[in-house]
Design a protein around this ligand. Structure first.
Ligand SMILES: [Fe+2]
Length: 368
């Protein structure tokens, strides 16, 4: 059996690991893509420690990383001759930073890379990722999800150059995020944990990671939604996301992600919300072929049978105030052909029970 387990060069996890970033940086200018909420902490904590280096901050990425803004960031990083690229923020900041780092010395744009589908396997600059949400696990993976605003197509750039040199996962960076961000990113991580557990490509090693990751995310969401704001809750959410991310690099995901991408790309449904809406129906669809794997998961979460586990996921979604259908985004039958045409990504291929086009449309019919 050929066995391969890949991850960022260095993963640092724990309270205040962010403070180790300055000593990891090589010589040269620094370009940081960060969320608007992170700017204060960067200016207060990090920039004073980088005196002597030219540092450029780039903010203003919306929730999904659009190609045109990613190209603006890439040009800005080239203009300051950056040698270190830092993504400090939610998934879109980290995905954009990965793209900038991987293309910095290539001479091609993000739009050209997006359209060519070429793997990005060479990177000369340093790249570090510091997540401020426990959702996409972008800090752990070798792909960046970008959105083309012209075609509404959302897809991944991939390649080994996209693994971070250093992922610094500091649960303190999650504290203070609005509830809706904790819930939607948490359901993204939960979906990633569950889908990687039941994936057609999961194995003993990925399941060890993904079951534990799902358990921690589950605990974190249960406690957060019960009003607990202690650091231990944020640690559980951050660690759960990291473990499931380490799993799905190898196992892949499933149909909640596959079908979700064209819906969030075209309708503007936040990725985690999209996962939460699709997850229950996708689990019901998959259950007949993954009963044993789902039983392992439901036992770890103390949820009883797989059927009871699916009910418990729906109950948690309700407790987190997340919607159960796409009514608020006016998804209609007229949108189904676009979704069906654009859902056949790697995630659909690792879903354990295949879908025909008609079966994708029938699933969506239940959610409009
Ligand atoms: Fe996701």
């Amino acid at each position: 059996m050929i066995f391969e387990m890949r991850s960022p060069e260095t993963v640092l996890f724990g309270r205040k690991v962010r403070e180790q970033l300055p000593e990891l940086l090589p010589e040269g200018n620094v370009f940081i893509i960060c969320g608007a909420h992170s700017k204060n902490i960067l200016e207060k904590e990090l920039l004073p420690k980088l005196a002597g280096k030219k540092v450029e901050l780039f903010t203003g990425f919306p929730a999904e990383a659009p190609l045109d803004i990613t190209d603006h960031a890439l040009n800005a990083a080239r203009n300051v001759n950056a040698r270190s690229i830092i993504g400090w923020g939610g998934g879109s900041c980290i995905d954009a930073a990965k793209t900038v780092a991987s293309l910095l010395d290539s001479g091609i744009s993000a739009s050209e890379a997006f359209r060519s589908d070429l793997p990005l396997n060479e990177r000369k600059c340093f790249f570090a990722a510091l997540p401020t949400t426990a959702g996409t696990a972008a800090e752990m993976t070798p792909n960046a999800v970008l959105c083309d605003p012209e075609s509404n197509v959302k897809k991944s750039l991939r390649g080994s150059a996209m693994f971070a040199d250093a992922a610094l996962i500091d649960p303190e960076l999650l504290m203070g995020a609005p509830d809706h961000v904790i819930y939607s990113s948490g359901f993204d991580a939960l979906t990633q944990g569950i889908e990687s557990t039941i994936s057609a490509k999961s194995d003993a090693m990925t399941m060890m990671l993904s079951i534990e990751g799902t358990f921690l995310t589950w605990q974190g969401l249960q406690q957060y939604s019960a009003g607990n704001r202690e650091i231990g809750v944020f640690e559980a959410l951050a660690r759960g996301c990291m473990l499931s991310g380490a799993a799905f690099v190898r196992s892949g995901l499933g149909a909640a992600h596959g079908i979700g991408h064209p819906i969030s790309g075209s309708k503007g449904v936040p990725h985690g919300v999209c996962c939460a809406i699709l997850l229950i129906e996708v689990l019901k669809w998959n259950l007949p072929v993954v009963h044993e794997k789902m039983l392992q998961l439901s036992r770890r979460l103390d949820c009883g049978t797989p059927e009871q586990f699916i009910d418990a996921v729906a109950a948690l979604r309700c407790k987190c105030g997340l919607p159960e259908n796409f009514k608020d985004w006016s998804l209609a039958a007229a949108d189904f052909p676009f979704v069906v045409k654009n859902c056949r990504s790697g995630s659909m291929k690792s879903n354990p029970r295949p879908f025909s086009d008609e079966e994708v449309a029938a699933l969506l019919e239940k959610l409009i």
